[in-house]
Design a protein around this ligand. Structure first.
Ligand code: ASP
Length: 351
């Protein structure tokens, strides 16, 4: 005797599973219950186009991973976003090096590339590491060769705008070296950084729930501007710059990657959600953890608070969401299945 949909949902709900545990259901029942799952997508503040694309694809039946990758590809391709992909700010030698990772909830598999040069969509390469190798992370020259083997075309990722930004940084680092910014013969301290030194950061993270209730996420970045060549941040490290557990939720981060590397931040957010915390509270609690563990004097303000920011974005299995940062200011993008909006991150401190 076949189980009716109503009987099934009653039992699922009595078992505490709820209508969202659709991934565990037989295909025939999934199709009947699709409307019960609310697709959502979350991203960093630069991610309105990403969440919009992701939800469009999810609505037409895409798996959450396909959707979030297609979403961030828009930002990777955008020369005006200087923190991701093509047009990203380069390392200290003027070379763009990209990091990206993907994580697929239903299979609990992941793939990542780090310090990859000349390939503008590292998130697509990360996905192939997951799907076409037995590894999780491939770096540098090996990552480039792997991308080439899969037909990726190399291109120069350094836009004129990013090159000029880098040159300005290089020429203003010191009055004692040989790189000089525009000057007149009468100028004395040529190369003093007249503007306050600003270390650009930026990245895009995107996580989503699809019509089957499955959760996946991606993080992609050009990393810290003017970094030491080969420096890898949190973005391609599973558990640091992103993490998802299909039964709990997903989390990702932007900001000072080193803080996430030493605190395994994204997996902490997911684990806090597993303990019952809301996505926003889980993100805030990891911000607190980072602040407590921040021991280096050069990374502290005089009042002891961190002299940097880290932002988190999280969704849980029920489609609840939240974003939080150490310092007030950042926003996050959220799509509730109907429309996308930018929302303020919760925060620990305000200047
Ligand atoms: N988290 C990135 C990194 O450390 C940078 C950023 O998000 O701004 O590479």
């Amino acid at each position: 005797m076949s189980t009716t949909r109503r009987e099934f949902l009653k039992r699922a709900s009595a078992a505490g599973v709820g209508a969202l545990a659709v991934s565990a259901l037989p295909e025939s029942i999934i199709s009947q219950t699709q409307s019960a799952v609310k697709p959502v997508a979350i991203s960093s503040g630069n991610g309105i186009p990403a969440v919009t694309k992701a939800i469009e694809l999810i609505r037409s039946g895409s798996d959450a991973l396909d959707a979030v990758i297609a979403g961030v590809n828009i930002v990777e391709d955008d020369p005006n976003d200087t923190s991701v992909g093509y047009g990203g700010l380069p390392n200290e030698e003027g070379v763009v090096e990209l990091d990206a990772a993907v994580m697929h909830g239903p299979t609990h598999r992941a793939g990542a590339v780090a310090s990859i040069r000349n390939i503008k969509n590292p998130s697509k390469v990360a996905r192939l590491v997951m799907e076409r190798t037995d590894h999780v992370l491939i770096v540098g020259e090996g990552a480039l060769r792997f991308a080439r083997a899969h037909g990726f075309v190399e291109e120069n990722l350094l836009t004129d705008r990013a090159r000029q930004e880098w040159l300005k940084w290089k020429e203003n680092l010191s009055t004692k070296d040989d790189w000089l910014p525009p000057h007149t013969p009468d100028d004395k301290d040529i190369g003093a950084m007249f503007e306050p030194f600003f270390r650009n950061t930026g990245t895009i993270h995107c996580g989503a729930i699809d019509l089957k209730g499955n959760i996946s996420c991606v993080t992609t970045t050009s990393g810290l501007a003017y970094k030491i060549p080969g420096r890898v941040g949190d973005s391609p490290i599973i558990g640091a710059g992103l993490y998802c557990d299909n039964e709990v939720g997903s989390a990702g981060s932007t900001g000072r990657g080193e803080a996430n590397l030493i605190n395994c931040s994204s997996v902490m957010v997911v684990e806090f959600m597993r303990q019952g915390k809301s996505p926003e509270q889980a993100c805030l609690d990891v911000c607190k953890r980072i602040a407590e563990h921040n021991t280096m004097r050069r990374l502290k303000r005089d009042d002891g608070k961190p002299d940097f920011n880290v932002n988190f974005y999280a969704i849980n299995k029920k489609g609840e969401f939240g974003g939080a940062a150490i310092w007030h200011g950042p926003k996050f993008a959220f799509h509730d299945g109907t429309s996308a909006r930018l929302l303020d991150c919760a925060y620990l401190y305000k200047k």
